[in-house]
Design a protein around this ligand. Structure first.
Ligand code: DQA
Length: 143
């Protein structure tokens, strides 16, 4: 199964960004974790991050065209980007939305994700382990 692990705005700063909320593990380590997990599970995993909304939308279009599965942390776009949600709604494969922090235990403006209603499922608050769990779930779907 082809899986895109897509990370939105500011997630390239993991490891230095609000370490009390997101932890001290850097973005490169997240990439390695996802690639290693994918290889162990027999998934074809590609991990990407962007601070440009149009770039994320382009990657979602590609995933839709390929019928690929997506693990997506839309970061701040979760809370207001109808454009990202609309691109997610075009996906034909499963979509697992991941948040490192528990968005429901934080500021009120983070409680709602416009993406969640078009996601297959949502994992939040489990740190980087959420990505690993999302990949394990997708592997169960591919039999
Ligand atoms: C986040 C939560 C969002 O509210 C925030 O804007 C992020 C990261 C998370 O992974 O916990 O950038 O999606």
């Amino acid at each position: 199964m082809r899986v895109y692990v897509l990370n939105g705005v500011n997630l390239g700063r993991l490891g230095t960004r609000q370490v009390d909320v997101y932890g001290a593990t850097g973005y490169a380590d997240l990439v390695a974790l996802c690639e290693r997990t994918g290889a162990d599970l027999g998934l074809e995993v590609t991990v990407r991050q962007t601070d440009a909304e149009h770039e994320l939308i382009g990657w979602l279009h590609d995933a839709a065209d390929e019928g690929a599965a997506v693990v997506l942390n839309p970061a701040a776009w979760s809370h207001y980007s109808i454009a990202v949600r609309d691109a997610c709604a075009m996906l034909r494969g499963p979509l697992v939305e991941v948040h490192i922090s528990n968005i429901h235990a934080r500021e009120e403006f983070r409680h709602h994700s416009v993406v969640s209603a078009v996601a297959t499922g949502v994992i939040c608050g489990l740190g980087l382990d959420g990505y690993r769990l999302a990949l394990h779930h997708l592997a169960t779907l591919s039999g």
